[in-house]
Design a protein around this ligand. Sequence first.
Ligand code: FE2
Length: 163
Amino acid sequence: MNSDNEIAGDLTAIPHLLPATPAHPSTVAGYAGLVRTLSADRASWAPLVRYDPVSRWYHRLRTGPGYEVWLLSWLPGQGSGRHDHGASSGVFGVLEGELTEHGRSARGLTSGDVRVFAPGYVHEVVNDGLEPAVSVHVYFPGLTEMPMHCSVGRAEARDALAR
Ligand SMILES: [Fe+2]
């Protein structure tokens, strides 16, 4: 006997003994997996995307027990403003294009990148590239508020004007 497979057999060969795949994610890893699954399934979201020159466009893609999934589009120059997510945690990922997340520092995000945040996390997301971008956002529990914060740039400008 040299391996677990020799002792216990190959568990993947007997699928009736494997735990059932849950219909809905319930962990941060599960929500990140949902973002990655959607990212890989372009046909499920690409026909839904719209671009609105007035403001970011968003569409609730699905809901489940304790979570909701939003699809967002960002034309060049569009951004979220600096905000938090109330009591919600979240996972988001870029599906197409590039976005910049401004938290404590600036972070470029491209297709396939996934970010996770807890309640109280403050950030600003901007498409400061030259091409449109698409992202998917999972909030758990569902987003009920998105308090806006003064952006760092604006706060610095205000402080400079006050001097
Ligand atoms: Fe956000």
